[in-house]
Structure formats: structure tokens, C-alpha cells
Design a protein around this ligand. Structure first.
Ligand code: ZN
Length: 191
């Protein structure tokens, strides 16, 4: 004589009895969820006459000039690295070294390269969280324009992205207005 016992467990802990039960595992997308982290930093110098700089895929007129081999878009570089990171494909410098071909190169090329890798592996961006650390340029006046441009570049909607901006509280080299940095954290979900 056997006594039946019940055990309370998580819903996700599926009972596998028959061969067909294994198939249901294919419909669980938790195993196809990935996250990526990207970081980029560039030197900035103050100039007397305002110049156009590239930031978040748009052009901003600023007295802070970004020093870089490419167009120096720290936001696009950080996003590119976070996508490559989520796909376990190393980093931007692996594919785009500081050579002649990449001199003054539009950072959208780097981003599109990573997006292409992502699509080939059948992933979509779940959400993206950006953090810019700089004293200048101020991001707020360009926030809406930047978000629109990034949504179009990344093929996402505005509720999947945010840009947080913080200063370094006047401390260190960022606080001294000598550097601009950006962090990007994102999730990828299987298409
Ligand atoms: Zn960079």
C-alpha cells in the first residue's frame, strides 16, 4: 500500500514523464534570455568656438570636443559593446581596431555590425538602460531627439530605453571636464 504525497514547488519545475514532455521545454524562453554590459570613455577638450560632436547618434553643438579615432560617440560605442557582450562576441576593438579604415568612422557602422550579429543569432533587444557620466555637454536639451534616434537605430520603442545622465560631482578627471563616459546595460530576448 502506497500513500500519495503532494509537494509544492515552482511552476517552472515541469514534470517530465514522456518523451513529448521534453518538447515543451523548447517553448520556455527563459533559457534564451541574455544580458550585456558596455562601457566607453573618451577624452574631451574645451574649445572656444562651438563644434558639432556625435552623441547618441545625433549631432550636438558643443564647446566640449570629443577626442577619438572614430567619431567618438561614447553612447553608440557603449551600446555596441553591450550587444556584443550579450552575444558573447568580445568587444568593439576586436572588430574595429584604430586603423586607417576606421579613422573618423561613423559609429553607426559599429552599431549596425553588432545588430547584424544579433539578428543572425535571432535575438531582439528587450530593453536598454544607459548612463552617461559627464559634466558637459548637458544631455537634457537633447534627450527627446536622442531617444528618437536610438529607437530608430535599434528598432525598439520608447518604453524599452532610457538615458540617465549624471555628473561626477566635480571629482576626478570626469568632474574636471576632461572625460565623458557611458555605461550601457541591455537584455536580449530570442526572436
Ligand atoms: Zn569609444
Amino acid at each position: 500500500k502506497f500513500e500519495v504525497k503532494f509537494i509544492l514547488d515552482r511552476y517552472i519545475n515541469l514534470k517530465i514523464t514522456y518523451k513529448e514532455d521534453l518538447e515543451s521545454l523548447n517553448y520556455l524562453d527563459y533559457k534564451d534570455f541574455r544580458t550585456g554590459l558596455g562601457y566607453d570613455i573618451h577624452r574631451i577638450i574645451k574649445v572656444t568656438n562651438k563644434q558639432y560632436i556625435s552623441l547618441g547618434g545625433i549631432k550636438i553643438l558643443s564647446k566640449a570636443k570629443i577626442i577619438s579615432h572614430s567619431d567618438g560617440d561614447v553612447i553608440l560605442h557603449a551600446i555596441t559593446d553591450s550587444i556584443l557582450g550579450a552575444l558573447s562576441l568580445r568587444d568593439i576593438g576586436t572588430y574595429f581596431p584604430n586603423n586607417k579604415k576606421n579613422f573618423r568612422r561613423n559609429s553607426k557602422d559599429f552599431l549596425n555590425f553588432a545588430l547584424e550579429k544579433m539578428r543572425k543569432k535571432k535575438f531582439l533587444i528587450g530593453n536598454i538602460d544607459l548612463m552617461i557620466v559627464s559634466e558637459r555637454p548637458k544631455i537634457n536639451p537633447y534627450y527627446d531627439k536622442m531617444i528618437k534616434e536610438l529607437c530608430s537605430l535599434l528598432n525598439i520603442t520608447e518604453n524599452s530605453i532610457t538615458i540617465k545622465a549624471t555628473t561626477n560631482e566635480k571629482s576626478g578627471l570626469i568632474g574636471d571636464e576632461k572625460f565623458i563616459a557611458c555605461w550601457s546595460s541591455l537584455s536580449l530576448i530570442k526572436n
